[in-house]
Design a protein around this ligand. Structure first.
Ligand SMILES: Nc1nc2c(ncn2[C@@H]2O[C@H](COP(=O)(O)OP(=O)(O)OP(=O)(O)O)[C@@H](O)[C@H]2O)c(=O)[nH]1
Length: 312
């Protein structure tokens, strides 16, 4: 890693920043509207269909020299059924993995039961948190100040923003603050891949899930999947190439299966699910590669949207 902050060598280019920001809020607080306002028209947002099933990238913002990757945390509500509880715990783990947490409250609804449950739960998340009061166009100023104070009394927030995602009011300030708060580091997504990035990432997640479902008893370590290319063809179908990385030759054989049976079935399931989401036919090509020590490579963790465990 290079350090541009000291030394008297030639002046370095200003350092970049990049980080994952988890958006947390009860249903209907305006998350989608805010993502659209933050991102602008640059990046296509992942289909709404998949929001309820897994945490995923909602949009990528470039501000100054920072790349801000907005991640969704689906299903943050008071879970009643067991299945819902499992889903919510996945969502919260998304919050733990992110670099920053952005908590959205509906200013009109105030600190209702759902908002209260979220604030309680957030007490166990160590990352810096930003409070965003949305829909300020619907609420008189005094009420906003009282709500900001009440929420800050409940939980320590690094900053509080009052915005209207719908009108765009206050959104620029929020974007700027996020760009300052994400940690220093290289962009995770090259700028020429940004518009595909959410879909590439989601497609890799889907394949990873299929591998896990089919092979978790045989594969002791988690493999990692990367989408190498995503090309739209003339007939509107999409050609996707992915590489599955494993650590040993023996694991490669497991992923391939007898006569390629395992990879064929993983590919068929993943292809079907990706095609359902994108709504056009998909041609999926999977490759399996042995890459020793990928578990020690910070980039692989980033691909998975995880923090590289420090100090090891
Ligand atoms: N008046 C007003 N309405 C808003 C604002 N932001 C969002 N809304 C409305 O609130 C409703 C819910 O917004 P969504 O962005 O779909 O909220 P969400 O449920 O958090 O998003 P998802 O979880 O992605 O479905 C929509 O009708 C929006 O138009 C705002 O700043 N002001």
């Amino acid at each position: 890693m290079t350090d541009n902050s000291q030394g008297d060598a030639a002046p370095a280019a200003p350092a970049t920043r990049c980080g994952f920001v988890a958006l947390i809020g009860a249903p209907n607080v305006g998350k989608s509207t805010l993502v659209n306002a933050l991102v602008g028209s640059k990046v296509t947002i992942v289909s709404r269909k998949v929001q309820t099933t897994r945490a995923l990238i909602r949009g990528i913002v470039i501000e100054d020299r920072s790349q801000i990757i907005l991640v969704d945390t689906p299903g943050i509500f008071s879970p009643k059924r067991r299945l819902d509880r499992a889903m919510v715990s996945t969502a919260w783990s998304g919050a733990h993995d992110a670099d920053l947490v952005c908590v959205l409250l509906d200013a009109k609804a105030g600190l209702d039961e759902e908002a209260d449950a979220i604030l309680t739960k957030l007490a166990s998340v160590d990352h810096e948190k930003i409070l965003v009061l949305n829909k300020i166009d619907l609420v008189p100023r005094e009420k906003l100040l009282a709500l900001a104070k009440a929420a800050n009394d409940r939980l320590k927030f690094a900053s509080t923003f009052m915005v209207s995602a719908l009108s765009g009011d206050g959104v620029g300030d929020l974007r700027h603050r996020l760009s300052e708060m994400v940690p220093p580091g290289p962009f995770h997504y090259p700028e020429d891949q940004m518009s595909d990035a959410p879909m590439r990432h989601l497609a890799a997640e889907i394949t990873r899930e299929k591998i896990f479902r089919q092979l978790h008893q045989e594969l002791p370590y988690q493999s990692t999947v990367e989408t190498d290319s995503w090309t739209e063809r003339k007939d509107k179908s999409i050609r996707i190439e992915q590489t599955i990385f494993v650590e040993r030759e023996s694991q490669r054989k497991i992923v391939l299966g007898k006569g390629g049976a395992a990879i064929k079935s993983i590919g068929a399931e993943a292809r079907k699910e990706i095609a359902e989401i994108v709504g056009v036919p998909v041609h999926l090509f999977l490759f399996v590669k042995v890459r020793e020590n990928w578990g020690d490579d910070p980039d692989r963790y980033r691909e998975m949207g995880l923090e590289f465990p420090k100090g090891k």
